[in-house]
Design a protein around this ligand. Structure first.
Ligand SMILES: NC(=O)c1ccc[n+]([C@@H]2O[C@H](COP(=O)([O-])OP(=O)(O)OC[C@H]3O[C@@H](n4cnc5c(N)ncnc54)[C@H](O)[C@@H]3O)[C@@H](O)[C@H]2O)c1
Ligand SMILES: [Zn+2]
Length: 353
């Protein structure tokens, strides 16, 4: 296993055997394992379940498990199995399992150690890094949560072999976001190779570069700072992306990465309208197309729903006193720009008519 980052103890491998060895060496009989149900067909996971036997909890990872009900069900289940302050919680799954398991581990006995093994591309490059744990409230997404870094993050790229194509593309939406807010190396790698070449030859390198980028922006642990590496910049594509997602979530037609892809296009067009001279929109469109992500937002942002979208944005965490902190692209860097909702509404209206 290769260490990507020492202080956050982030390691990467492409060998199942490394994971098996890690579990054999580190899993004790007072520890707990939470595993995404989609993984139990894998031979590695079958072996791991054998090692943990009655200490393993299997859950079907999806957005609905990030709820107070599931949280209660799982902590009670774990407490019934019995744990102590030295117990560790291991989690295998995507961002939903990671966010929930992180919240469970940080609150059980006022905090036990969490070993996170992300199994989706999105979780490997984004949600596992930065220490945000959380669940959803009926009022909105991620409204209940805290910050606690996992004890270790162990990435095994082999898990991606069973991940559906659409989920792989959604992971690439966040990687494209990193490429456009910051990372020249990442942008070069992604622009100059085909999707096939990237999956075959450069995936590990791209995951490592993405983790480095996320770490740079999450040094600002609690989002207090503004400036070059403000954590807020990671929200590029997410202002309009979240609005699209929440207005369509009940239909389940748009995935997070797809909404972010459309959000990035729209927000780059706003950057252009504000004369920030962002990277060519064509480059962004070409890259999104290459990774099978949507480029046209017309179906989701149009003149009949734009005022509803602005209203959604006004109730977002990033909005305050009739203003919102937009994440825009200035030349080739992401920036935070305080913008009045009135101005945003006028600019958006021009982009949809
Ligand atoms: N904490 C953070 O900083 C942060 C950052 C970004 C996103 N998130 C959260 O991450 C979540 C999204 O994560 P996600 O996209 O990983 O979703 P997810 O956890 O729902 O996983 C997507 C699907 O893939 C399946 N799956 C997982 N690993 C698999 C594998 N190896 N093979 C086959 N199927 C597999 C899951 O069962 C699920 O059906 C959201 O809830 C979002 O809020 C958190
Ligand atoms: Zn995202």
């Amino acid at each position: 296993m290769k260490i990507i980052n020492k202080s956050n103890n982030i390691q990467i491998t492409d060998l199942d055997l490394d994971i098996l060895k890690f579990i054999k060496q580190n899993f004790n009989n007072s520890d707990i394992m939470i595993i995404d149900k989609s993984l139990i067909k894998l031979s590695l996971i079958k072996k791991i379940v054998k090692i943990c036997s009655t200490r393993a909890i299997i859950i079907a990872g999806n957005e609905n498990i990030k709820s107070l009900n599931q949280y209660c069900r799982i902590v009670e289940k774990i407490l019934k199995k019995g744990i102590n302050r030295n117990s560790k919680l291991f989690s295998f799954g995507g961002g939903t399992i990671g966010d929930l398991a992180g919240f469970v581990s940080s609150t059980l006995l006022r905090g036990i150690k969490h070993i996170m093994i992300p199994t989706t591309l999105l979780a490997m490059v984004d949600s596992s890094v930065g220490g945000k744990n959380g669940i959803n409230s009926v009022i909105g997404k991620n409204l209940i949560g805290n910050f606690q870094l996992p004890e270790a993050i162990i990435i095994n790229t082999n898990f991606l072999k069973s991940l559906p194509k659409r989920e792989i593309s959604c992971g690439f939406a966040e990687i494209i976001k990193y490429a456009f807010i910051h990372n020249k190396k990442l942008k070069h790698l992604m622009a100059n190779n085909t999707f096939y070449e990237i999956k075959k030859k450069f995936l590990k390198e791209i995951i490592i570069e993405s983790v480095f980028t996320k770490l740079k922006y999450t040094k600002d642990f609690r989002e207090r700072k503004t400036g070059r590496y403000s954590r807020a910049i990671l929200n590029y594509g997410h202002t309009f992306g979240h609005a699209i997602e929440s207005m369509n979530s009940f239909k389940g037609t748009v995935k997070h990465g797809e909404a972010v892809a459309m959000g990035m296009i729209f927000e780059m067009k706003i950057s252009s309208a504000l004369n920030l001279k962002p990277n060519s929109i064509n480059d962004l469109e070409n890259m999104l197309r290459k990774f099978d992500l949507p480029v046209s937002y017309k179906k989701y942002i149009h003149k009949d729903n734009i005022s509803k979208i602005i209203k959604k944005i006004s109730s977002d965490k990033k909005s305050f006193n009739k203003n919102t902190n937009l994440i825009l692209i200035k030349k080739n860097t992401g920036i935070v720009k305080k913008t009045s909702l009135l101005k945003l509404s006028e600019l958006s209206m021009k982009l949809v008519t």
